[in-house]
Design a protein around this ligand. Structure first.
Ligand SMILES: [Zn+2]
Length: 383
């Protein structure tokens, strides 16, 4: 049975188009007669850092394979068609169980397999220092260990494709070379590294900065420091959290200008997304406070953020609302650009031959753009 074509305005050109899909792919894009109320049509969003959603937490083991499927469906409502479940620092056995369950979810649920483009392991090879460490538990922070990584990668069925580490460990360069040779993208984050250590990590193959400007000391030497150095390394793409709490507009703007096409958005969204304001006992890092405006911070140290409670689409609207990026660029920072960093087919965007992962959007006067529908692999999954 031929699938229903989608009609909308191309998010870049604003031309009215009809998109024909078959077998999950975009097969044709044709101009159509203008119609007044056509929504915008854009590539589905790609989020490389999802810790959980709506009370489900990939870092609070046990979680079930069905819960992974539930998060996948929740993310469709946020326009996210591809994501990386993110497992953070924990006891070695807990990490192994978590990545094993995520792998099982991919095997048991076809919609999870289509949405999950890999697992992001954020830790445990991070800085032990307070500040850079963020909410990662000190007790489980350790030096890079390739044997341990191989154990987790075996449990994950090879699905760990992104690893965040701090290059301040003496063994980091060798470890980065090993992972890069295995095809794992190495990203720098939660680090107190010296500029020299960052340069060495880049030479060893590190290619990304994890939520640059966060997971850092509250106070730093003015220069040099690890933020300047990562900005200055052209080889490092730059993941940014644009939820309005994690980075001031000036920092977002400078990172975007310096990194150009290499700057992209992640949400770092946690289980607290979609929950009511209040104080909660978080399984990692202690008590957290979710405020009415969606800011998520450590309850006892409110200056320290504890991840985000706002989805990736919020970041798109944040950039547009504050004129940091025109709409097409803001959308691509949350879709094509992160897909490119991970070498995904969806980096082709709204073009023939690309996966039919698409979102429909309508402008609203109060909240910027509103999502109205999400299509995954040629099938309408929400809206
Ligand atoms: Zn982090």
């Amino acid at each position: 049975m031929p699938e229903q074509p989608l009609r909308g305005r191309h998010y870049r050109t604003l031309q009215p188009i009809e998109v024909r899909v078959a077998e999950g792919m975009i097969r044709a894009i044709q101009p159509v007669a203008d119609q007044a109320a056509l929504p915008l049509i854009a590539p589905g969003l790609v989020d490389l850092q999802v810790n959980g959603y709506a009370a489900i937490d990939f870092n609070h083991f046990p979680f079930s394979v069905d819960e992974v499927a539930q998060v996948t469906r929740e993310l469709w409502r946020q326009g996210v068609t591809t994501f990386m479940p993110t497992v953070i620092t924990a006891d070695s056995d807990v990490i192994e169980q978590a990545v094993k369950t995520l792998a099982e979810a991919c095997e048991e649920h076809p919609e999870v397999a289509r949405a999950v483009c890999g697992i992001h392991l954020e830790g445990p090879f991070l800085s032990p220092e307070d500040g850079p460490r963020g909410a990662h538990p000190r007790a489980h922070i350790k030096a890079p260990d390739a044997q341990l990584f191989r154990r987790w990668q075996a449990a994950a069925g090879g699905r760990i494709t992104l690893l965040t580490l701090s290059p301040e460990w003496p063994t980091a360069p060798d470890f980065i070379r090993t992972l890069t040779a295995m095809g794992v993208v190495v990203s720098l984050g939660h680090t107190a590294a010296t500029p020299e250590q960052i340069i060495t990590a880049v030479e060893a193959g590190a290619r990304m900065s994890t939520h640059l400007g966060n997971g850092a000391h509250l106070q730093l030497p003015r220069h040099p420091n690890y933020i300047w150095q990562q900005l200055a390394q052209d080889e490092l793409a730059c993941a940014l959290i644009a939820d309005g709490d994690h980075l001031p507009l000036s920092v977002l703007k400078v990172c975007m200008r310096v990194k150009g096409e290499q700057a992209f958005l992640v949400s770092d969204v946690t289980r607290f997304a979609g929950m009511a304001a209040g104080v909660y006992d978080a399984p990692i890092g202690g008590r957290v406070r979710l405020s009415e405006n969606g800011r998520l911070a450590m309850a006892e140290q409110p200056q320290l953020l504890a991840g985000s409670a706002k989805g990736l689409f919020h970041g798109v609207n944040h950039l547009v609302h504050h004129a940091l990026a025109p709409l097409p660029q803001a959308l691509e920072m949350a879709s094509i650009r992160p897909a490119r960093q991970m070498g995904l087919p969806s980096q082709q965007g709204l073009n023939i031959g690309a996966p039919a992962d698409l979102i429909l959007l309508t402008p609203s006067n109060t909240h910027g753009l509103t999502l109205t529908a999400t299509w995954k692999a040629g099938r309408k999954v929400w809206g």
